[in-house]
Design a protein around this ligand. Sequence first.
Ligand code: G1P
Length: 273
Amino acid sequence: MKPLKKAIFPVAGLGTRFLPATKSIPKEMLTVVDRPLIQYAVDEAVEAGIDTLIFVTGRSKRAIDDYFDRSPELEAELEAKGKTEALEIVRNVIPSHVKCFFVRQSHPLGLGHAVLCAADFIGDEPFAVLLPDDLIDGTPKGVMTQMLDIYRRTEKAVLAIEEVPLSEVHKYGVIKPKNQDQYPLEVAGIIEKPKAEDAPSNWSVVGRYILTPDVMEALKNQEPGTGGEIQLTDAIARCVSSGGFVGHPFHGRRFDCGSKRGFLEANMHYGLK
Ligand code: G1P
């Protein structure tokens, strides 16, 4: 089993629900308390020992590249003024052993397409995918660390899952568990954004995945699905028959920061922590 060292962050979305703020600021740079949303997902990946981060960006997302770059002028100034606490904060945005790569998704062809844009960086290795909109305060450890434990133990791809009301399943990828009372849940099938009446369960996939290279291979010839987009869920569905996927009902609290309510709740939660 190859170790998990690489993570993909699809961050090319337009953030239309947060206009006009997102006209010039990428939605991933909006702050939850004092840190940009993207920082939470990055910290979660780094906590899990991931050292190679691949950001799939788009036009007008340059603020993300700048944020993860060193800032020598700022650091020199803070050092000269003896502002050591502020200096530490600036330096710790990315630990020095972590490498960042940026690739552009020039057409909004879907999550699967965004992940495929990072294929050359992944090669024949397992990889994580973190969707920063799903902000998860994992307990006691971050969700990616929880998933890594399962990946090591089962040697299977791992999807973070959560039960949602049937009225909500149309917003998510939904798994068909092989057996409800076995943990982690073996995945027998998965479907993207089903109608409530077609849903195989109410176990929805949230934005955390540990995937094996066969999923990247499947993406290379994945036909468009729901919404005319190339769906990551569809590529996973084609690989599931190998029996190599489990669902992890994560421990922690998720905030849907793609919505204003979720974003506000996250600010309250982390602000009062
Ligand atoms: C994406 C995935 C979906 C997953 C969801 C989690 O959907 O396509 O399978 O359940 O993220 O947040 P999106 O929210 O981009 O529509």
